[in-house]
Design a protein around this ligand. Structure first.
Ligand SMILES: Cc1cc2nc3c(=O)[nH]c(=O)nc-3n(C[C@H](O)[C@H](O)[C@H](O)COP(=O)(O)OP(=O)(O)OC[C@H]3O[C@@H](n4cnc5c(N)ncnc54)[C@H](O)[C@@H]3O)c2cc1C
Length: 467
């Protein structure tokens, strides 16, 4: 284990001193942010959930809903509560409506590609339903989103995906298409060549994660913050009937029969067999105070993705709660230097890249000229920049389910910077499996399952990237 004495950082784990995102800045009063930060972990705990992001928080919530006693669960979190990607994203709950179909089809086949897209639509509906049913105060705003095609090249790509998706039997009844002047009018983007619109939303992701954690903690789940799990090894007390796991942490070792890895980008640290298939990448987002032209009754009603190519795109989500616009930056970007592009590969969310920031703001200004620097008053414009680490998988889908070679260990990780459109079915899915359900019960696309067969296929080099 590579350990940096000065920073206290163990290579492969989240850095101990990350930057503070806009979402974290606005939730510093969360009472469980640093809960149990000095406590030793118990010697035994039946269920150990590693990671307190939306995956870990929702898996825990669903296990309790399924009848597991909350006293039997502990959550280990390397840093503050939910301080990974779940509190650092761009706020979009935005299903892919058809765009990724042609790539998914090549990697997973048409049937799975249809299921992947259908699952994302379902996630949006589930988040909407969940937030309404429980009155979760997470600024969730169900609306629509635009895929704004800024180049003919991307308009052609999207048209091909749309056609292939529809011909394969995909439902497009909820998707609207606009061209030329009409696309510019509905999106308000002067450079739009074409646009597609479908239902999607945005939320305050940290508030959602914190709400979920609160429900479990108040029922008796113990969350140990600033407590990274450093290894999971077979316990000497395992019997012929039951394998037990020693989960070592910075504050003692706990013995468990069920271990759930909700560690997203950092999954390979405890599961080195995934190291070639889950890669941490740094993503960057920005908060922008709008000028009058995008405030009050002139706010953007829909979120959007401003797309030059499949991978060169910028997300835009204006918060209904306060009008702040959240801008997501691309990881693949022809406008920035090789050094800036390389910064994307750093699994370090303590800093951000200035070139990436300036490019994201310049692109936004080009699409919305009323936001150009020379038109802004003091107090308008860029408010904050932050980064977070996303878990890219080689086949663009997450790893969910039972780890066949490690009985009692489960995973829900590898969300490709797209977890808000996936976790709300994956985490309930993994909880169902742990409680004895079948894969069919999860309703998830089969290609999400972490089977030996999938891992062998990936070893052979099968890959395809949508993100
Ligand atoms: C800048 C940015 C923009 C994004 N924009 C969007 C978006 O608009 N829409 C969207 O759908 N998705 C977006 N994402 C991705 C989305 O945030 C993630 O897919 C999602 O939050 C993953 O949730 P998670 O719970 O699986 O992982 P995380 O939230 O990363 O949680 C994993 C947790 O595990 C902890 N951990 C890791 N290893 C250990 C260990 N060994 N021991 C203890 N704890 C450990 C981490 O500290 C972390 O808190 C974005 C991400 C970033 C960074």
């Amino acid at each position: 284990m590579e350990y940096n004495q000065e920073s206290g950082h163990v290579a492969g784990l989240p850095v101990p001193e990350p930057c503070v995102s806009f979402w974290q800045q606005t939730t510093r009063s969360f009472p469980y942010l640093n809960v149990n930060k000095d406590e030793q972990v118990p010697a035994e705990s039946k269920y150990v959930i590693i990671g307190s992001g939306i995956s870990g928080a929702l898996t825990t919530y669903e296990l309790i809903q399924g009848g597991v006693s909350s006293e039997d669960i502990i959550i280990l979190e390397a840093r503050e509560a939910a301080s990974g990607a779940s509190s650092r994203n761009a706020g979009h709950v935005r299903p892919d409506a058809f765009r990724g179909f042609q790539v998914y089809k090549q990697v997973h086949g048409a049937d799975q590609a249809l299921k992947i897209i259908a699952n994302e639509r379902l996630v949006f509906e589930k988040v909407d339903e969940f937030v309404k049913e429980h009155g979760v105060q997470c600024d969730f705003n169900p609306a629509t989103t635009f895929d704004v095609c800024l180049t003919q090249e991307f308009a052609d790509f999207n048209a091909k995906s749309f056609k292939e998706y529809k011909e394969a039997g995909g439902d497009v009844s909820h998707i609207k298409f606009y061209e030329g002047e009409e696309a510019r009018r509905v999106t308000r983007v002067e450079k739009a060549v074409a646009a597609y619109e479908w239902p999607a939303g945005s939320s305050h992701p940290a508030k959602l994660a914190q709400w979920l954690l609160t429900q479990s903690i108040e029922k008796g789940v113990r969350l140990f913050t600033h407590c990274p799990a450093t290894s999971v090894i077979k316990s000497a007390s395992s019997t012929a009937d039951q394998t037990l796991w020693d989960v070592a942490t910075s504050r003692g070792t706990t013995k468990a029969s069920i271990v759930v890895h909700c560690t997203n980008a950092f999954a390979p640290h405890l599961l080195p067999q995934l190291s070639s298939f889950v890669t941490p990448n740094r993503a960057q987002a920005h908060a922008f105070v709008p000028p009058a032209a995008l405030s009050s009754s002139s706010m953007l009603k829909s979120t959007m993705s401003l797309r030059h190519t499949l991978k060169h795109f910028y997300s835009v989500a204006q918060r209904q709660a306060d009008g702040i616009i959240v801008l997501g930056a691309p990881r693949s970007n022809p406008n920035v230097s090789a050094a800036a592009l390389k910064s994307v590969l750093l699994p370090d969310d303590s800093a951000f890249n200035e070139e990436v920031r300036d490019d994201a703001v310049t692109n936004f200004e080009a699409c919305f000229p009323s936001c150009a620097k020379d038109k802004l008053k003091h107090g308008e414009g860029l408010l904050h920049t932050w980064t977070g680490i996303i878990g890219m998988t080689t086949d663009s889908v997450p790893f969910v389910g039972r780890i066949e070679s490690l009985p009692g260990q489960w995973i829900c990780a590898g969300f490709n910077g797209h977890g808000m459109a996936r976790i709300f079915t994956c985490a309930p899915g993994v909880a169902k499996l742990i409680l004895g359900g079948s894969w069919e019960d999860t309703g998830l696309p089969e290609c999400f399952e972490i089977t030996e067969q999938r891992l062998n296929k990936l070893k052979e080099g099968v890959s395809g990237s949508v993100f």
